[in-house]
Structures are given as C-alpha cells and as structure tokens.
Design a protein around this ligand. Sequence first.
Ligand code: MN
Length: 349
Amino acid sequence: MHNLDLFKEQISSSSPKKIIITTHYKPDADALGSSLGMANYLKKKGHEVLVVTPSDYPSFLNWMEGNDEVVNFEDKDKKKWVGEKIQDADIIFCLDFSCLSRLQEMGDLVKSSKAFKVNIDHHQDPEDFAEFTYWSTKAAATCELVFELITMVGDKDLLDQDIAECLYAGIMTDTGGFKHPNTTKNIHLVTAELIGLGADNAKIARLIYDTNSLNRLKFLGFALTRRLEILEDCQTAYFAISKKDLRKYDSRTGDTEGLVNYALSLDGVKIAALFTEKKDGVKISFRSAEEVEVNKFAATHFKGGGHKNAAGGVSDLNMKETIQKFEYLIRENKHILFNQLELINEKNQ
Ligand SMILES: [Mn+2]
C-alpha cells in the first residue's frame, strides 16, 4: 500500500468524481461483491459510479444491490459508450485482479485512460499499473481488503447491510465456505462485523449455493460419472469437459464453477484440475491441497497463475493434447509438486 492520504483525497466527498469500477473477466462472487460493495459505498459519498464487467457472470450473483446497473462490456450496444466513460473517468477501481490482461479487450482502454487508478487485490505478482494499490496475498478475499480500506479511511459508519452482504458473499466463496487455509482469525473478525451490519449469512449461502438448475445438477451427475479421471500414482484427479458436453446440458455461465472441488474432495487427492473446452482453446482451473503450490505450475506451463491452492490457466492445444501435456507434466514434476509436502510431513514426525 502506498499513500493512503492521496487515496482519501481522491475519494473525498468534497469533490464528487466520475468513477468506474471494474473487475476480472467472468467475475465470481468476490469480484462482483467487492465491486458492488465499493460502488455502494462510493455512491453514498456522493460520487457518480459505474460498474463495468468485462463479461457476463453467473445468475446466482444477481441479488446483489446495484446488480441491475452493472454494464457488461461484451454487450455490443454498450461497448462504445463504455469506452468513452473509461476515457472520461476521474478514477478507475480495478478489483480482484492484478494484471490488466485479466480485463481482456477492456485492458488497453483502462491502461490508456488518464484516470487515477486504484488496484485492490489479493492475487500474486501484481502489475504496477495503479496510482494507489492496496494489495495483500494474505487476504482471503478482495472483499476483506475493501472492508479494511473503508475502515482505514475512517468511513466505517457508511457501511450498511447492502454493502455488508456484497462483501460477505465474496468472503464466503473465496474461503470455500470458511474451509480453505486462508480462513484466518482476521477473516472471522471481518465476517463478524459484516453479520453485525445485517448481512444474512444463511440467506446468502442459499442464494449462492442452493440455486442450481436441474440441468446443472444433471450435468454434475454426468461429469462425476463419465468425465472424472484419476491419476492415482500422482494423487491427482481431473475433469475434461467438451463443448458438446456443455451444449448437451444447456450449460450457463457459472455452471462448471465448483466442479473442480469434487475432484479435490477425493480421499488422497492433492491436485485437481478442470479442463473446459472453449472456442479458442482449453480453459483450466487448478486446485491443490495443503502445501502443494499449483499457481507456479499453472504459470510455468499453462500461461496462468493465481493463489497457492487455486489457480487458472489456458492451453492453445486441443483437449486431447492438453490432457496429454498435463499428465506428462504432473508425472515429470511430481517430486517438485509434492516435495514441500513431504518435507513438512517429515518435520512433523
Ligand atoms: Mn478473490
């Protein structure tokens, strides 16, 4: 973090600003929750705020306050208008991502804008593109950092139930429902504050986790039965989902979210992956347990990155070749991937 005073001055109520808030491609609950939480706060301070997402996002996030005004950059009728708004903005907030390429097509527009840029994030290796950065890989969620930042600038009294519910959603999902190793004492303290502000935890959990379509559940059954592969000698399991599979179950944005966790939930599995066939290649989600660092593996071999236990990547090869590459690399790197784990186990004995 640098220069909190400068940030405070920028968002001061005494001079209303034109603010754009954006987040990464295919926003998840932390991305959208931090964006709308921040938007609702900045509106209360008297600013003109527009939230733009680089793509659509799952419908189970539609309940958040401010959702109806979010503009999807992929909406052809809005593209030009959004471009002008970005050039014209006083401040651009970039939340839950740390390199502009995660905005896809929108990245260059944000880069070339003269606006004061703010980056709030918890991913590894941030690009230095912002005038004010509030960044920590120790944070479980960007929503946690948004809560802290609003508190730090002395505006805790502006937090309300709507903001608290947006932030709670991001924390709940980025900690895997308070199960992942990033579930710290601090995250529980922040969560307690959010519940104190009126965030309805049971309602939010239901809205996010228990709003499956029948197609989605049937797809899950199909994937578990027909598309789960296990590399027992490597403590690895993965799903490979084709475009045809997605079409067959009328898959919507968000329908494959969480699927990879079923592979990781297998007893003995320490590395899980989900390969999803896209128009221009294969999208990959990686998960790992304990000390296995999957982000480095994703960055080295699949043009990706992320967190220690949750990362993403892409492959330009077709599905079959991608899987071959993955299996080969897992076997080749087995000793490196699991080395740290073994060392720790030895120490504990
Ligand atoms: Mn996040």
